[in-house]
Design a protein around this ligand. Sequence first.
Ligand code: NAD
Length: 485
Amino acid sequence: MSEAKSITVARGDGIGPEIMDATLHILREAGAQLEIEEISIGEQEYLKGNTSGMSAGAFDSILRTKVFLKAPITTPQGGGFKSMNVTTRKALGLYANVRPCVAYHPFIHTKHPGMDVVVIRENEEDLYAGIEHQQTVDVTQCLKLISRQGCERIVRYAFEYAKAHGRRKVTCFTKDNIMKITDGLFHKVFEEIAVEYPDLENEHWIVDIGAAKLADTPQSFDVVVMPNLYGDILSDVAAQVAGSVGLAGSANIGPEHAMFEAIHGSAPRRAGQNLANPSGLLMGAIQMLVHIGQVEAAERTHNAWLKTIEDGLHTYDVYEEGKSREKVGTAEFAQAVGERVGQLPDTLPAAHYNKEEAQVKTNPPYERPVVVRQLVGVDVFCEFRGSTAEIAELLQQANADNLQLRMISSRGMAVWPQGFAQTLLCDHWRCRFTMDNPEAGEALPHGEIVALLDRINRTGLEFIKTEGLYYFDGKPAFQLGQGQS
Ligand code: NAD
């Protein structure tokens, strides 16, 4: 018998306490060796004034045990409250969100019998960096940040996961036909790392058609890795088309710490009625057992659950007249799973885990590529209410010999020197100044940018921000304005 592992547990809000009790009952019956440290999170902590949504000392428990089993919480509506999930993920560096989406046909209604897809979502970067600003009266912005390190570790995680779990293929979704630099980096890193895994198939889909295919014919996917925003949306879609979001669990994995949960929320309307389905949290808990190396207990738990599903004991959310045998409450469902520990499913494929699965290796040391970085110009974003011709005239007064206005765009679309009358104009202009002949390899001194800003300031124009324009190894590392030639 393995040694007991300390874990941190939060019972959460709404249906959280009921589904956590049910989950812990099943884990105990399956022989999981756990020492539980309970912490308080969620609504009551927010309402006490803890803006992080956690009691004092709760985070220390997670830091100590390194493993957090979390029931859903209710995030109070309105400003001032930080998302506890996002804070925990980022504070602990939980960069990989792993969400298996499985159909249990013919026992639970599904659009796709045979679906068995694992969505691996990058969990920290992308538009979720939370760097948002209102720049002018008319225009807001959110920065999409994608780092090479972030791409390398999530893509490597996906391939290692596929290898450890006996999967055959890893698919990458990005939108790099539009976001050529940010999503382009994700795709490029995917291609670089894929060659290290010759035994696994790899492929890339543009996310829009990939998403359509995932919802329509998920059987053609196996492990799918993607940046944060697409992963957030598509992992819910995948779980729902498999059967129900109520059946899916997720793991949030970092280099040292990990958090396990159901993917659904606290369903406050169902709270306290012994109605909720504990399966999503239980699936998260099974991922946790595998993570901490208690693979026999994970297997016993999973197979007892599969057998219960086969036996037709279903909570209200997946109950179907004629298909299910009995509609059961949360506690009765947990009881039934506990009683089936030691049994295997008859029809559904039995779960099998091996120790290696706990050892998904990540984080080889990052090697920063050696590249020559050359400043060649600047995009100056200005606030201005007037015509294109007026702003162009003002900006041209700021031209210098080796730093000239080349393009003005409105929300990305070039409006000067050429443009279309149909383009919507607002009070936000991107004004591109570049040096002559950057291909010659000479870098623009930074002082030239400062001097340019001073000249723009003296025209009376207000600049909101600047974005340096660089060549990397002699090639532009920025996009042309749309419509710019
Ligand atoms: P929800 O997932 O809590 O519930 C939506 C509906 O799905 C419920 O009304 C219920 O009919 C059904 N449902 C969900 N889980 C179920 C289960 N286990 N068994 C049976 N039925 C289930 O989504 P919501 O109503 O949009 O959000 C409620 C609260 O949960 C909000 O405060 C939200 O911020 C929070 N939330 C928390 C998390 C988390 O803690 N990880 C995730 C999502 C939402």
